[in-house]
Structure formats: structure tokens, C-alpha cells
Design a protein around this ligand. Structure first.
Ligand code: HEM
Ligand SMILES: *[C@@H]1O[C@H](CO)[C@@H](O)[C@H](O)[C@H]1NC(C)=O
Ligand SMILES: *[C@@H]1O[C@H](CO)[C@@H](O)[C@H](O)[C@H]1NC(C)=O
Ligand SMILES: *[C@@H]1O[C@H](CO)[C@@H](O)[C@H](O)[C@H]1NC(C)=O
Length: 320
């Protein structure tokens, strides 16, 4: 009989890599719940649609929820776990606290999904579908979501604090934080186009509108009207000055016009490596939509739990 050591000597590296790739990704596919929960996608879209009809911004909030889930321990719904007396999750991390929204919408989807197919669909897959539908319902592209993620039994406050980029980040920091998740600089620039929807708080763009020089003066003056030099930290402004509740390519038009809302946004068009891509997307929304769909699939592939790992939570806020 072959020992493990001599077997591994015989197995070519490419085969090992192929098997790793196939079996990490391979358990996920878009038809994962086709038999076990045929109404899943209809339920998710209808609840998201109602939530957006009530408040268009909720589409943006659900998209961001997915990003903040996937960048911390992978797309495993770790962000949804509530703190308890004996458990500290990710909700109080600096990038999340008083900022990430949409938890109630995920709860509403989950309770309808549980009513229809009990103990079958993960919260992580619900978050991925809700992000996709949000983009599409606000006018953006759609794509097939590979399903079969499972839910974490853990969360990481420290990773939530260290792995999510902040609004003061430089281009090189943004690129390396995405590289750390196996996403390219192009994925980073494309996914940043999510900032074509949603709102941001004054204290997160104050430095930009008072201290940056690569900003359109009338745009800075406009934002200063509701974001004073001190105080009123949580006053909101739309991230996309042109069309805040429409998923379009206006984010890139803004960057070309030096109207990026966060310092990190304008870093993508400030004489660096991403300028030409920003320029292209500013004039070609079809190219942006195609690229966005592809990069969202890659975002959704960050270290999912599959197979027998993790669990299917019954309540997205607590482990079983
Ligand atoms: C590239 C690095 C990124 C940085 C530095 C960044 C930073 C921020 C900041 C500071 C806010 C405002 C939060 C607040 O005011 O409470 C925000 C909002 C938002 N971000 Fe990002 N973000 C990045 C990438 C992304 C990605 C990849 C996505 C999704 C694919 C995304 C989607 C959103 C959305 C939709 C909002 C608005 C949320 C709402 O209105 O509730 N962001 N982001
Ligand atoms: C990135 O890819 C490497 C090599 O395939 C893998 O070991 C690592 O887990 C991946 N990291 C993420 C966050 O996907
Ligand atoms: C800044 O934006 C305003 C309003 O869109 C525009 O009229 C002006 O030309 C811009 N300024 C510069 C220097 O581009
Ligand atoms: C700032 O907050 C104060 C007190 O809440 C309020 O009266 C004032 O109108 C706010 N200013 C701006 C620019 O929002």
C-alpha cells in the first residue's frame, strides 16, 4: 500500500490545484435549491422589491451588507450574528456600527423562506441573492448566483475591523485589501461602482470636502452645506451626486469630474493605475454592467462554507 507521503509525491501539483478549486467552488451552483426550495428566488425578489418600494436606499444597504459579509471570513452570514452576553460578533466593528443596514429585511426574507422550506436555505445565500436583486431592481444588471453557501457558527470582530477598507484609504491600500481576498485591482474598481447608489455620513467624507485638493469646488461647497466642519457627524448625503437611487455608471462620470464623495473613491481617478478603466466606464455603461456582474460573482466566491461545514441557521441572528 502506498504511504501518504509517496502518494503526494506522485500527484502532480496541477491536479491538486484543480481538485482544490473544483471542490471549494464545485459544491456551489445556481440550481442548488431547485428541488429543495423552488420558490426561493421568487420570495427573495419579492421581499427586496417591497423593501425598495418603501425606501429605495434599502437596495444600497443590502448590496453593502453582502460586501461586508464576504470580506470578513468569507460569504458566510457572519455579519448577521447578534452580540450576546457571551458572544461578540461583527456588528459593532467600526465599519459596521451605526452604518450597515438591512438586517430586518434579511429577517423578513428568512422567515418567508423558512415557512416555505424549513431548515434548507442558508442566510449567506439569502444575502447574496438580496444583493443581486437590489442591483437589478434599481436599474443595474443581473447575474446567476451560485448557491450552496452555509452559515458560520463564528464571527470575527477583529477581522471586520482590519479587513474592510475605510474611506480615507489610498489606491495602494485599496488594491492590496482586495488582493488579500483574491480580487484584482480591476475587481476593486468595478465593485466600487456600487457607490452609484446609497448614502454616506458626514464624518466619513468631511476630510475630503474640506481638505482634499482634487475635488470640484462647487461639489465641495454643496456637500459642506449639510456637513459642517465639526458636528452633525451622521448627516447623510448621497454618494452619487447625480442619481443616488439608480444603479448606473454615474459614479465613474463623477470621478472624472472630481466629484467622488469619499477620498477612497477619488483615488481611483487621480493619475494612477485605475484612471483608464474609470474613464472607460464613465462612457460605457454596458461594459461596466458586464464587469460588475462578473466581479460580484467573484466577491460571492470568497471562502464560502460548503458541504458539511457550518450550518443552515434557523434564525439569521443566532447560531442554532
Ligand atoms: C473600495 C473600497 C470601499 C470603501 C473604502 C467603501 C466605503 C464606504 C463608506 C465609508 C460608506 C458610507 C458608510 C456610512 O456612511 O455609514 C459606504 C457606503 C456604501 N458602500 Fe462602500 N466602500 C467600498 C467598497 C464597496 C463595495 C465593494 C461595495 C459593494 C459591492 C460597496 C457598497 C456600498 C454601498 C451600496 C453603500 C451605501 C450603503 C447605504 O446607503 O446604506 N462599497 N462605503
Ligand atoms: C486566495 O487563494 C489562495 C490560493 O488559492 C487560497 O489559499 C486562499 O484561501 C484564498 N483566499 C481567499 C480569501 O479567497
Ligand atoms: C465643477 O462642477 C460645476 C457644476 O457641475 C461645473 O459647472 C464646473 O465647471 C466644475 N468645475 C471645474 C473646475 O471643472
Ligand atoms: C446640525 O445639527 C443641529 C442640531 O441638531 C441643527 O440645528 C443644524 O441644523 C444642523 N446643521 C446642519 C448643517 O445640518
Amino acid at each position: 500500500m502506498l504511504s501518504m507521503a509517496s502518494m503526494s509525491d506522485r500527484i502532480p501539483t496541477f491536479l491538486v490545484l484543480f481538485l482544490l478549486f473544483c471542490c471549494v467552488q464545485g459544491q456551489m451552483n445556481q440550481n442548488f435549491y431547485q428541488k429543495s426550495c423552488p420558490n426561493l428566488q421568487t420570495i427573495v425578489r419579492s421581499v427586496v422589491s417591497q423593501a425598495i418600494a418603501t425606501e429605495a436606499r434599502m437596495g444600497a444597504s443590502l448590496l453593502r451588507l453582502f460586501f461586508h459579509d464576504c470580506f470578513v471570513q468569507g460569504c458566510d452570514a457572519s455579519i448577521l450574528l447578534d452580540d450576546t452576553q457571551t458572544f461578540t460578533g461583527e456588528k459593532t466593528a467600526f465599519p459596521n456600527v451605526n452604518s450597515v443596514r438591512g438586517y430586518e429585511v434579511i429577517d423578513a426574507i428568512k422567515s418567508q423562506v423558512e415557512a416555505s422550506c424549513q431548515a434548507t436555505v442558508s442566510c449567506a445565500d439569502i444575502v447574496a441573492l438580496a444583493a443581486r436583486d437590489s442591483v437589478n431592481l434599481l436599474g443595474g444588471p443581473t447575474w446567476n448566483v451560485a448557491l450552496g453557501r452555509r452559515d458560520a457558527r463564528t464571527a470575527s470582530l477583529s477581522q471586520a475591523n482590519s479587513d474592510l477598507p475605510g474611506p480615507g484609504s489610498s489606491l495602494s491600500t485599496l488594491i492590496s485589501m482586495f488582493n488579500a481576498k483574491n480580487l484584482s485591482a480591476q475587481d476593486m474598481t468595478v465593485l466600487s461602482g456600487a457607490h452609484t447608489i446609497g448614502q454616506g455620513q458626514c464624518f466619513l467624507f468631511r476630510d475630503r470636502i474640506y481638505n482634499d485638493v482634487n475635488i470640484n469646488a462647487s461639489f465641495a461647497a454643496l456637500r459642506q452645506q449639510t456637513c459642517p466642519i465639526s458636528g452633525n457627524d451622521s448627516n447623510l448625503a448621497p454618494i452619487d451626486v447625480q442619481s443616488p437611487v439608480t444603479f448606473d455608471n454615474a459614479y465613474y462620470v463623477n470621478l472624472v469630474n472630481q466629484k467622488g464623495m469619499f477620498h477612497s473613491d477619488q483615488e481611483l481617478f487621480n493619475g494612477g493605475s485605475q484612471d483608464s478603466l474609470v474613464q472607460q466606464y464613465s462612457t460605457d455603461s454596458a461594459a461596466f454592467f458586464t464587469a460588475f456582474a462578473k466581479s460580484m460573482v467573484r466577491l460571492g466566491g470568497i471562502t464560502p462554507l460548503t458541504g458539511k461545514s457550518g450550518e443552515i441557521r434557523l434564525n439569521c441572528r443566532t447560531v442554532n
